[in-house]
Design a protein around this ligand. Structure first.
Ligand code: ADP
Ligand code: 5GP
Length: 187
């Protein structure tokens, strides 16, 4: 295996997607694994770009076929990492998974060399502001997502790195630094 598996997690709305997009747009040697989900697409989301949007039946059948490296159910929907894509890419490239805390810890069990990176908010108030500011959530889903935050942040000690996403440019720089140093370490 030549590439490094980077697993990025953190509370919903913390800026994971923004950071990952910024870093990957500059690096052709790092591939983003697109997860499958049973949740409905948000406005502007494209099938195969943000997620593969599949039905619950298809998801369950793919679980039975062992098609997922890891999967989990949150907020009433399934989310899973396609095993074959990740394994194929790692032969030549590094891969980023943007997944929740439980999925991250499960991936580390399966792939102990994975590098776990937690993106943390500067404060809960700021997190709430970002989640609402994104304009994709109803009051109910914001409430559900915020209820999960403390649990996720409490798992920080199990991560290899924690980046506080306060200033976006600084956080982007730090993420790039971590990725470069981990790839260099294994050369
Ligand atoms: P996640 O993928 O973690 O759910 P997003 O990347 O969708 O989060 O970011 C949530 C919102 O916060 C977006 O509107 C994004 O533009 C904004 N955002 C991300 N990082 C920052 C930052 N450092 N400062 C202010 N706003 C940010
Ligand atoms: P959202 O609905 O906001 O896109 O994602 C909700 C949560 O699901 C986020 O914490 C996100 O990181 C997580 N998630 C996305 N894809 C996967 C996946 O493949 N596996 C797991 N375990 N979680 C995922």
């Amino acid at each position: 295996m030549k590439g490094v598996l980077f697993v990025i997690s953190g509370p919903s709305g913390v800026g994971k997607g923004t950071l990952v997009k910024a870093v990957l747009s500059k690096r052709e040697d790092i591939k983003l694994s697109v997860s499958c989900t049973t949740r409905a697409p948000r406005e502007g989301e494209v099938d195969g770009r943000e997620y593969y949007f599949i039905s619950r039946e298809e998801f369950l059948s793919r679980i039975r076929e062992n098609d997922f490296l890891e999967y989990d159910e949150h907020f009433g929907n399934f989310y899973g990492t396609p095993r074959s894509y990740v394994e194929r890419q790692l032969k030549n490239n590094s891969v980023v998974l943007e997944i929740d805390v439980i999925g991250a810890l499960n991936s580390k069990k399966l792939m102990p060399d994975a590098v776990l990176i937690m993106i943390a908010p500067p404060s809960l108030e700021e997190l709430k502001k970002r989640l609402l500011g994104r304009g994709t959530e109803t009051e109910e889903t914001v409430k559900n997502r915020l209820e999960r935050v403390q649990y996720e942040l409490d798992q920080q000690h199990l991560y290899d790195y924690v980046i506080v996403n306060d200033d976006l440019k600084e956080a982007e720089h730090r993420l790039m630094q971590i990725i470069d140093s981990e790839i260099d370490k294994r050369k």
